[in-house]
Design a protein around this ligand. Structure first.
Ligand code: BTX
Length: 323
């Protein structure tokens, strides 16, 4: 609720210090009894709150949950994640977000779930999204761009996520065009960009982000164990998912604004800083067939530039890349 959100904001401002019940009730404009009820609800969600007579309440620890409360406590964005729909489980956050977008949800609306029963990758592939250990979320954007530029947003998201992973874990990820983020050569993040558009105008872009955060390697199904990893495996300790989501939203919003004012160029430079495949021989599997060559970079539209053995340059919209 709105009161809860404001209560969490107050705690965020207090920065771990005590807030008196009196002050809280004044600031929220509700009774002391109502304050107490809200505190009890937070406790049920896994927040650890200390209550001391005459001093009031303070937050000792926050749970590793991806509820709206958890994400919004300390969130430093203006629009991204200011509206959040969080679920214990859904089929796919992409489907929920697409429906909300269709119904007019504002830019920055976030859908997030503890678990996806039918998480999707590209080309109807499955995305393994087990309960409580990963980040499975979809962000609604409404960029004033033509549809053919939408793939740029996948690259923009990859940069924001890589920066956030670096900030929160200290690990430096690699980006593999177009949508994989790797640690130690293994995939820890997948990004799926879907749009609702007319030929000349985008209605909405849904950025789907899947991050393996706290899985152990035994927790991956056998068929992806060799190619997948989690942040906790690489870091050697668990990571608070809500904290990472906050950092991703913050960086996404900042890069997105930069993109809308200055175009794709600055994003492209950042992207190239993380890219692994550039200058190297790669195999590209497209719907039209398999192509081998050297990855020469990306275009200003975000297409992959591939130079084959005959030195012919190909521009690739969509493919799976093997290094
Ligand atoms: P992709 O098509 O590039 O990758 C899918 C492939 O990755 C699968 O075929 C499998 O081999 C492998 N894979 C599946 N699950 C995992 C995993 N957890 N970790 C590593 N590798 C895996 C990538 O598609 C885009 C994924 C987007 C997922 C987000 S989650 C929130 C949103 N909702 C939703 O349904 N999808 C997006």
């Amino acid at each position: 609720s709105d009161t809860r959100k404001r209560l969490l904001e107050l705690f965020a401002e207090a920065n771990g210090e005590f807030l008196s019940g009196q002050k809280i009730s004044e600031r929220l404009g509700c009774s002391r009894a109502a304050v107490w009820k809200h505190i009890e609800e937070l406790r049920k969600e896994g927040f650890e709150l200390e209550a001391v007579r005459r001093l009031g309440y303070r937050i000792v620890s926050t749970p590793d949950k991806v509820t709206a409360n958890e994400i919004q406590l300390g969130l430093k964005t203006e629009t991204f994640g200011q509206v959040i729909y969080s679920f214990e489980d859904v089929d796919s956050t992409q489907r929920v977000a697409a429906k909300l977008a269709h119904e007019g949800a504002p830019e920055g609306t976030l859908v997030v779930a503890e678990e996806q029963k039918a998480g999707r990758g590209r080309l109807d592939r499955k995305w393994f999204s087990p309960k409580g250990t990963g980040i499975w979320m979809s962000l609604i954007l409404r960029p004033p761009i033509p549809p053919q530029q939408a793939p740029q947003l996948t690259l923009l998201a990859a940069v924001a996520i890589s920066q956030a992973i670096q900030e929160v874990t200290g690990l430096v990820p690699d980006i593999k065009w177009p949508n994989d983020i790797l640690l130690g050569g293994k995939k820890c993040v997948g990004i799926l960009t879907e749009l609702q558009a007319d030929p000349d105008r985008v209605h909405s872009v849904i950025i789907g982000i899947g991050i393996n955060v706290n899985q152990t390697s035994e927790q991956f199904p056998e068929d992806i164990r060799a190619i997948a990893t989690s942040l906790a495996i690489e870091k050697g300790k668990p990571i608070k998912r809500a904290r990472l989501i906050q950092d991703i939203l913050f960086r996404l919003e900042r890069l997105y604004r930069q993109y809308l004012t200055h175009g794709f160029r600055p994003i492209k430079l950042l992207w190239e800083g993380y890219a692994v495949s550039i200058g190297k021989p790669v195999t590209a599997r497209t719907l039209g067939g398999v192509m081998r060559g050297i990855a020469r970079g990306i275009t200003d539209d975000g297409l992959l530039i591939l130079e084959d053995e005959q030195n012919t340059i190909h521009y690739i919209h969509s493919a799976d890349i093997q290094l």
